[in-house]
Design a protein around this ligand. Structure first.
Ligand SMILES: *[C@@H]1O[C@H](CO)[C@@H](O)[C@H](O)[C@H]1NC(C)=O
Length: 127
């Protein structure tokens, strides 16, 4: 009985974080995953150039567990060990990065980590 009640509560929390909103305005401790707004799907980043990664901080939560961010590079749906930026404030909403010397590809993404990870759309890096 106790366990199944706990299970229901946990399921409800997971469902709430998946849809990103709780009907009726109930406040829960949510994981903050601000959507990455740049790079977007048609972007081409030149190796060695400086680019600004942006994300939407227009709806910040009351509390953030980890307010310091890290941006990493992904390719082919896998997060690489490449750190593009680290140690910035998530609530800044943007961070300038230098595009690393990597192989050309049209299947790159960045992932913003704070409380949780949030991927950008897929974009291109070229020499
Ligand atoms: C990455 O994931 C997307 C969405 O699931 C899929 O369409 C795409 O083919 C995947 N790309 C690779 C390289 O696996």
């Amino acid at each position: 009985m106790q366990f199944s009640m706990l299970f229901s509560a946990v399921s409800a929390l997971i469902a709430a974080s998946v849809v990103g909103a709780v009907p009726g305005g109930v406040t829960i401790q949510e994981v903050y995953v601000p959507p990455v707004t740049s790079p977007s799907g048609n972007d081409v980043w030149k190796v060695g150039s400086r680019q600004t990664v942006t994300w939407d901080v227009s709806r910040p939560p009351k509390t953030i567990t980890n307010s310091i961010g890290t941006i990493m590079l992904r390719k082919a749906n896998l997060t690489t060990p490449v750190i593009l930026a680290d140690g910035f404030k998530i609530l800044n909403g943007k961070q300038v990065v230098t595009v690393p010397w990597v192989v050309d590809g049209d299947d790159y993404q960045v992932v913003l980590f704070g409380d949780s990870g949030n991927n950008s759309p897929v974009f291109t890096i070229k020499k």
